[in-house]
Design a protein around this ligand. Structure first.
Ligand code: IPE
Ligand code: IPE
Ligand code: MG
Length: 245
């Protein structure tokens, strides 16, 4: 946002507790440079690391990245393979990178279709960081919002069938606990890069009262300044939740 005056600071009393990011535009970024889409994804991964550092320093409690959607399997196999290679590499490096930080790592989404290597690495990092509590980093990998709602419904149905849950006990809170995000509070702010203004089946249950921020910046070009601007814009919003204020 070019209008942002210099010197405006993030209000430390109104930090979004949970920021979710749809990092989009890696392919277009690469194309504009005459590079392969893979190179765009590599560059995008570098930005992820930078933004995690910044969010951690600002004091964001939950940070969620959309890394791979259920629908992304439709891409050419070579691109999917390259993305999976990149995620495995990332999950391995994340272990070291979060070592000196109080960051818990969680991977949300379906395990179906992921390689054993990736699943092993997910289990390792989730287990290894389980007791950390300054920031929770969630990576949505093989995730879809509708699929999330369906799998939660299946768990609920199973509980009802097994007699551990009565039908009138199916509340929003109960349902929420069955989603991949479990006890994580809903995103306060959702950022999507690359100029697309849609949710693309991301956290559709969880985003019912989330503030949306769209920027034309392509994900590999996203900087600390862009995150800061998104947070400052969020702080200007008036969240009413249906009430009058
Ligand atoms: C986002 O960038 C990364 C993933 C979806 C994995 P894209 O690959 O969607 O980039 P564009 O939208 O084609 O530019
Ligand atoms: C959304 O981006 C998914 C991720 C960022 C992982 P897409 O590029 O897949 O979304 P569409 O196809 O443009 O809606
Ligand atoms: Mg895209």
């Amino acid at each position: 946002m070019a209008l942002l005056q210099k010197g405006i600071k993030i209000d430390s009393n109104n930090i979004p507790q949970h920021i979710a990011i749809i990092m989009d535009g890696n392919g277009r970024w690469a194309k504009r440079r005459g590079l392969t889409r893979s190179m765009g994804h590599r560059e995008g991964a570098r930005v992820v690391k930078k933004i995690i550092e910044q969010a951690y320093d600002i004091g964001i409690r939950y940070l969620t990245f959309f890394a791979f959607s259920n629908e992304n399997w439709a891409r050419p196999k070579a691109e999917v393979d390259e993305l999976m290679r990149l995620y495995l590499e990332y999950l391995k490096s994340a272990e070291n990178e979060t070592n000196d930080k109080n960051v818990r790592v969680r991977i949300i989404g379906s395990r179906e279709g992921l390689s054993k290597e990736i699943i092993d690495q997910i289990n390792k990092i989730e287990k290894g960081t389980l007791n950390r509590d300054r920031m929770t980093l969630m990576i949505a990998l093989n995730y879809g919002g509708r699929q999330d709602i369906l799998q939660a419904t299946q768990k609920i149905a199973e509980d009802v069938r097994n007699g551990v849950l009565a039908i009138d006990e199916i509340t929003q809170e109960e349902f929420q606990r069955k989603l991949y995000t479990e006890d994580v509070p809903d995103p306060d702010l959702l950022i999507r890069t690359s100029g697309e203004m849609r949710i693309s089946n991301f956290l559709i249950w969880q985003c019912s009262y989330t503030e949306f921020y769209f920027t034309p910046v392509l994900w590999p070009d996203f900087t600390e300044k862009d995150l800061k601007e998104a947070i400052i814009e969020y702080q200007r919003r008036n969240r009413r939740f249906g009430d009058v204020k």
